[in-house]
Design a protein around this ligand. Structure first.
Ligand code: BES
Ligand code: MN
Ligand code: ZN
Length: 510
């Protein structure tokens, strides 16, 4: 999709659709608002007539199309809900709803009338960003395996009009940055949606190399032989069950845009398929486990966006990739594996594999790069979905500064994070009788937090944040019903926007 800024009125952009936002009307609000005089002119009074019949109420998700009598396309009105509850996320949802409603309707170009989206505390820049997000994310569909597709909006125009024409420069800047950010999220979705027969660890390594070549980033791939030399016993144990798709650890390095910027390691869980292994999952729980690589693929998207947007810090992306399947060479409950930093893991459940592959990747990042901060993204626990649902990811970060930075980025991007505690209770639960840590606890409580307590053993003294994205990483036809329209079926690329935002806004070591 293209995204352009136009100083003129929306009607002058010559688009197939002109899009205006309507806040929810009070019952007694009968007079036709003067702010819609421009729209009413285009429809030769049809808009006012629809307003007078109360066809347009401005309720959330309400999308009304009025065809222009002059035959030059249509006017689309999207409801925003109550003014008092209007936020940038409302605009993001509304833009996605519009783009989805216009699928298969012969509309190729849409001009959003920006002033109608500027309400309450939502500034013109924030509104422009939200429209770009919503249109790109809501318009995205995974079409690789479809032989037919409905065409949709291909060109998005943000029209300033007389009200905002003199604010062009900051809005253009916001739009350019947001387009790159959201394109990286869409790019991430396209890889995260690939099924496990295609998106093997080796294929993820190829994607990383292709990205590195395109952007001039150094990419290093460690195969199973190299991983053995490096004593990455965690990744090797989990990946050992797959005879067709051996494990890989992938490192991608962005040198940073600031002269003396900090180094941030961003680590992702890349389980290309999680069957559970010997501790096998029941079929319904396995159905969506091609998405268990979402954290790792998000790391690629973050590196892409940080490079294109010249983020200040140096960013080291590490993807811990393996396929967790069942065979004669699978690791077993009872096995004890030695990880990169020398700590041993007592395996009690082969389905708690994410923390096992992450152990090596986190420890490797610390030893090789001495990062000032480390962030990991992982579809780590079913307990996260139980605790917070499918829209909000869990943030576990003992370091307040890092946690607050990520929460600020979460507020700015609309990718919800909720901070959860990490206490000695959780730390006690992951101690092992046989080795240093156990990968599954004796009592089934606080599964998300005991997983975090496990990971903490591999981060040393590094300020660290763990994002458990199990619920938010993908939607299914069932969960999608309850999600904002910009959360399309399949991979969501959750984490790309919030973590990149954090990195863009963070400069020097403190
Ligand atoms: N990949 C799963 C977690 C998951 C569940 C992600 C649902 C997305 C949706 C993870 O590897 C797993 O199986 N975790 C186990 C851990 C348990 C065995 C300690 C879980 O959460 O049940
Ligand atoms: Mn698992
Ligand atoms: Zn998993």
């Amino acid at each position: 999709m293209k995204a352009l800024l136009d100083r003129r009125e929306a009607a002058d952009a010559g688009a197939d659709a002109i899009v205006s936002a309507v806040p929810e009307r009070a019952e007694k609000e009968t007079a036709f608002p003067r702010t819609f005089a421009k729209e009413d002119g285009l429809t030769k009074g049809l808009l006012k007539a629809a307003w007078d019949r109360r066809e347009i109420r401005g309720k959330r998700k309400e999308v009304t199309s009025i065809h222009r009598p002059d035959g030059r396309g249509r006017l689309v009105l999207v409801g925003l809900g109550p003014r008092s509850r209007y936020t940038a996320d409302t605009a993001r949802r509304a833009a996605a709803e519009v783009v989805r409603a216009l699928k298969g309707k012969g509309v190729r170009t849409a001009a959003f009338r920006l002033p109608t989206f500027v309400q309450e505390s939502v500034t013109p820049e924030a509104a422009a960003r939200a429209i770009v997000d919503g249109a790109f994310l809501g318009g995205y569909e995974f079409l690789k395996y479809k032989s037919t597709a409905d065409g949709g909006v291909e060109e998005l125009t943000i029209a300033l009009g007389s009200e905002l024409a003199n604010e062009e420069t900051p809005i253009q800047k916001a739009l350019d940055e947001e387009r790159t950010l959201v394109e990286s999220a869409v790019w991430t979705r396209e890889i995260a949606n690939l099924p496990a027969d295609t998106a093997s660890p080796a294929r993820l390594a190829e994607e990383a190399k292709a990205l590195g070549k395109e952007l001039g980033l150094k990419v290093t791939v460690f195969d199973e032989t190299k991983l053995a030399e490096m004593h990455c016993g965690g990744i090797l144990a989990v990946g050992g069950g797959s005879t067709s798709h051996p494990p890989r650890m992938i490192v991608i390095e962005y040198p940073g845009g600031a002269r003396r910027g900090k180094t941030v390691a961003v680590v992702g869980k890349g389980i290309t398929f999680d069957s559970g292994g010997i501790s096998i999952k029941p079929a319904p729980s396995m159905a969506n486990m091609k998405f268990d690589k979402s954290g790792a693929v998000a790391v690629l998207g973050i590196l892409r966006a940080c490079t294109l947007l010249k983020a200040p810090p140096r960013v080291i992306g590490i993807l811990a990739c393996a396929e967790n399947v069942l065979s004669g060479t699978s690791y077993r409950p009872g096995d004890v594996v030695r990880t990169y930093n020398g700590k041993t893991i007592e395996v009690l459940n082969t389905d708690a594999e994410g923390r096992v592959v992450l152990s090596d990747a986190l420890a490797y990042a610390v030893a090789q790069y001495h990062p000032d901060e480390m962030i990991d993204l992982a579809t780590l626990t079913g307990a996260q979905v139980i605790a917070l649902g499918d829209d909000t990811a869990a943030l576990i970060a003992p370091d307040d500064r890092l946690a607050n930075g990520l929460l600020a980025a979460s507020a700015a991007t609309g990718e919800p994070l909720w901070r959860m505690p990490l206490t000695d209770f959780h730390r006690e639960l992951v101690k092992s009788d046989v080795g240093d840590v156990r990968n599954s606890t004796e009592i089934p409580v606080a599964g998300t937090l005991t997983a975090a307590a496990f990971l903490e053993n591999f981060v040393g003294e590094t300020p660290w944040a763990h994002l458990d994205i199990a619920g938010a990483a993908y939607t299914t036809p069932l969960t999608r019903k309850y999600q904002p329209a910009y959360m399309n079926a399949g991979a969501t690329a959750f984490g790309v926007r919030v973590v990149t935002r954090y990195l863009l806004d963070s400069a020097r070591p403190t």
